[in-house]
Design a binder for this molecule. Structure first.
Ligand code: NDP
Length: 247
């Protein structure tokens, strides 16, 4: 039962893991927890000051880090290639990547979606995930065993009124996950996505401003799934969407 998965101490020692969205919310929490378990980390975020706070926290552990502030809305294919070259120079491989960065965009009915907002959401939540994945694949394939984890949402497999562009972007993220998982099924790379479920972060507060955040699980509470998918015990899991909270 992965929802109660407890990693062994130092279980991620000798692994290099990239985390996008490491400057806030779920990505930040996962980065700190992976550091505690001994992983070397590549940290991506947009806001340099927030990313610096994550770096300070992970550097309390004896690990190597590489932090890069990259705005996924404007990054070019060359930016992704140079990121991959930097990782290659330091480690030659990636044992795991958690793609947690994302935006909510405007919540509104389909008839009211503004094209500029749609483009921004699709750009960050989908196009940049594709470009990042393409750049990281050679590094993931260089590791003896590797795990790529994308992030979806319940509205990524069940359409819901008013969730607009965000829902469409997450349906596509699940398509990316399943397609890639099938393409690499004979290899030592596995590709899955996590559905965090409602979690106490700024994105959730933006989606539900009237909700009491104290009723929500914290990022820390839902880490077992984030541990499980980076741990060797999930080596046989490929092409799945795992809920990080019980239904
Ligand atoms: P947060 O808003 O707390 O964090 C989002 C992260 O994405 C931040 O690190 C942010 O960077 C980064 N990001 C956003 N835009 C860009 C960009 N243009 N370039 C680079 N980085 C960017 O959200 P959560 O932690 O809640 O969400 C994490 C993932 O989980 C998302 O994919 C979200 O869709 C998904 N999710 C969350 C749920 C929830 O209830 N919280 C429920 C279901 C899914 P910065 O801070 O530097 O701007």
């Amino acid at each position: 039962d992965y929802l109660n998965f407890q990693p062994q101490a130092n279980s991620l020692e000798n692994k290099v893991i990239l985390v996008s969205g490491a400057s806030d919310g779920l990505g930040q929490c996962a980065a700190i927890e992976y550091a505690k378990l001994g992983a070397d980390l590549v940290l991506l975020g947009r806001n340099r000051h927030k990313l610096a706070q994550t770096i300070e926290r992970v550097n309390q552990y004896p690990i190597q880090t590489l932090a890069i502030d990259l705005d996924l809305a404007i990054a070019s294919a060359e930016d992704y290639q140079s990121l991959a070259a930097n990782i290659n120079a330091q480690w030659h491989r990636l044992d795991g990547a958690l793609l947690s960065a994302g935006i909510l965009g405007e919540l509104c009915g389909i008839k009211d979606i503004r094209l500029a907002d749609f483009d921004e959401v699709i750009n960050i939540n989908l196009r940049s995930q594709l470009l990042l994945t393409q750049a990281l694949l050679p590094l993931l394939n260089n590791a003896p065993m590797s795990s790529l984890v994308l992030t979806t949402s319940t509205v990524g497999h069940i359409g819901k009124a008013q969730w607009g562009s965000y829902a469409m972007s997450k349906f596509a993220v699940e398509g990316l996950t399943q397609t890639l998982a099938d393409e690499y099924k004979e290899t030592s790379l596995r590709v899955n996505c996590i559905n965090p479920g409602a979690t106490r972060t700024s994105m959730r507060a933006q989606a539900k401003p009237d909700e009491d955040p104290l009723i929500l699980k914290t990022p820390q509470d839902i880490m077992p799934t984030y541990f499980y998918l980076m741990d060797d015990s999930s080596a046989h899991i490929n092409g799945y969407c795992l809920d990080a909270q019980p239904k």
